[in-house]
Design a binder for this molecule. Sequence first.
Ligand code: ADP
Ligand code: TYD
Length: 213
Amino acid sequence: MASLFITFEGIDGSGKSTQARMLADRLKADGQDTLLTREPGGSPGAEEIRQLVLTGEPDRWSVETEMLLFNAARRDHIEKTVDPALADGKVVICDRFVDSSRIYQGTTRGDLRAKVDALHDLMIGREPDVTFIIDMDPELGLKRGLARVGAEQRFEDFGVDLQETARHGFLNIAHQFPERCIVIEGNRTPDEVAAEIYVQYTARIAELSSRHA
Ligand code: ADP
Ligand code: TYD
C-alpha cells in the first residue's frame, strides 16, 4: 500500500480521537506502517502553539490571530511529522486538519472562510486523501466532551449553538469535497462506528488503487 493521509473531523465530543486511535490500531494489526497524530499539535513546535491557542480566556485571541496560530502549527506539523511519514510510505491518521479551520475560524467563530482557504493554498497546499466526518447530535457531543477533565477548555466554553452550526458546517464540507469525505453516524457504540469506518476505508482504498492503476 502506498502512503495515505487520512483525517478525522467533526464537532467536539463526536468521537474523532477514539475512532482515529481505533483505526490506527486496526491498520497496525493488519501490518500497515501507521502514524497517529493530531491538530493542533503533532510536532513539538505545534504542541507549544496548541497550548497558546487552547488555554486561557475565550477572548484571548482575535479570530484572525487564531487562524494564523492554527496555520503556523499546521505548517510545522506538516514539515516535521506528516511529510516525513508520508515519504516513508506510512499511512498518516490525523485527528482534525484544515476542515476544522474552515469550520471554526471560517464559519462559526469567525467569518474568514475565504481567508482560511487562501492561506491554506498559500502555506500548506495539501488536502487529505480521505476524510471521515463523524456526525453527532451536539447535545450528546457536548455531554461527552464535558465529561472529560482538562485545562483545554477555551473552545469548549462556547456552548451548544456553536456546536450545532459547526455540525452543519462539517456536513457542508462533505458536499463540497465529495471525492475525499465520508460521513459516519457517530451515535452508536465505539465498536459499531469503528467497524463501519474500516469497511468504508477498505472500499475507498480499493477505489483509489484502481484510479492509480
Ligand atoms: P472527540 O475527539 O471528537 O472530541 P473523543 O473520542 O475524545 O471525541 O470522545 C469524547 C468522549 O466520549 C470520550 O470520553 C470518549 O471515551 C467517549 N466516546 C467516544 N466515542 C463514543 C461512543 N461511540 N459512544 C459513547 N461514548 C463515546
Ligand atoms: P481538539 O483537541 O480536537 O478538541 P476535541 O477533542 O474536543 O474535539 O481540538 C481543540 C479545538 O480546536 C476544537 O474545539 C476545534 C479547534 N480547532 C480550530 O478551531 N481550528 C483548527 O484548525 C483546529 C485544528 C482545531
